[in-house]
Design a protein around this ligand. Structure first.
Ligand code: 6PG
Length: 267
């Protein structure tokens, strides 16, 4: 396993969410002091949304310049805009509605009643990523020769399913195998609802830091396999690798099957 992988244990779901929130606030502050703006990719799922709630509750969040945070989503459910299943709606209720974000920096995936089909939602998000990358590229003196297809992500949060899916990249399905594009549509998601839009692994792994958050005994097998370096097509979480850092932020029960040597940092 690459040495930029870190595992941190927390005594409970609540402590995990509160600590991840504190880490996120600190990271946003650090990145903003270096670059002026910061970019985070949000996740749905229980810990991901609870973390956002904890950010909103923390007095420290007032130090963040929320108007200069860019928000993207790792995946969303392709259901009507008002559906409680929408990750972006849950994120808004938990945090984005409670802090002074710049709405033009909140990049949500299209809902099923706002576009003509899943393919259009995919194309729209890919275009939005490319446009943001182009703007970043034009404003950066040290840019590569060509604009990349997606912007810089400072922190990318990922929940983890009991089957080891991340975002909406499920084991053995087309999405986890897809290369050369930034966004994929998912039609038969084993976790309802069936239609989803997701970033690809290639885009996920372009993030500076990936934080995988998981709590609960039902995640233990997936966490164990993910950390043991299983094949990413079978165990998508295993394929997530940030450029600078990959953190597995776990509660005790989710960490029950992590090999002892990894827990001791022998990797
Ligand atoms: C989704 C999520 C998904 C989620 C995991 C964990 O849209 O469903 O993005 O990847 O993070 O399934 O969810 P739980 O923590 O609720 O089990």
């Amino acid at each position: 396993m690459s040495s930029n992988v870190r595992i941190t244990l927390h005594p409970s779901f609540e402590v995990l969410a509160a600590t991840t929130a504190a880490r996120l606030i600190t990271r946003l502050l650090d990145v903003q002091s270096e670059r002026g703006e910061a970019t985070v990719v949000l996740t749905g799922g229980s810990v991901g949304i609870a973390t956002l709630r904890e950010v909103a509750k923390s007095p420290a969040h007032l130090a963040v310049d929320w108007g200069k945070v860019n928000f993207w989503f790792g995946d969303d459910r392709f259901v009507p805009a008002g559906s409680a299943d929408r990750n972006c709606l849950q994120a808004a209720e938990a945090l984005l509605d409670h802090v002074p974000v710049d709405p033009s920096r909140v990049h949500t995936m299209a809902a099923s009643d706002t576009v003509d089909g899943l393919e259009e939602a995919v194309a729209q998000y890919a275009a939005e990523l490319a446009a943001a990358a182009q703007t970043e590229w034009e404003n950066d003196d040290a840019s590569p020769a060509q604009a990349p297809a997606f912007p810089r992500f400072d922190v990318l949060l990922l929940g983890l399913g009991p089957d080891a899916h991340i975002a909406s990249l499920f084991p053995e399905m087309a999405g986890i195998r897809t290369k050369g594009v930034s966004v994929v549509g998912v039609r038969n998601s084993p976790k309802p609802p069936p239609l989803r839009v997701s970033l690809t692994l290639e885009v996920i792994n372009s993030a500076q830091e990936i934080w995988l958050v998981a709590a609960g005994a039902d995640k233990a097998a997936a966490v164990g396999l993910g950390l043991a370096g299983a094949n990413a097509v079978q165990v998508p979480a295993s394929g997530a690798r940030g450029i600078n850092k990959t953190m597995w932020l776990l509660d005790q029960t989710a960490a029950a099957k992590v090999p002892g040597a990894l827990m001791r940092g022998e990797h």
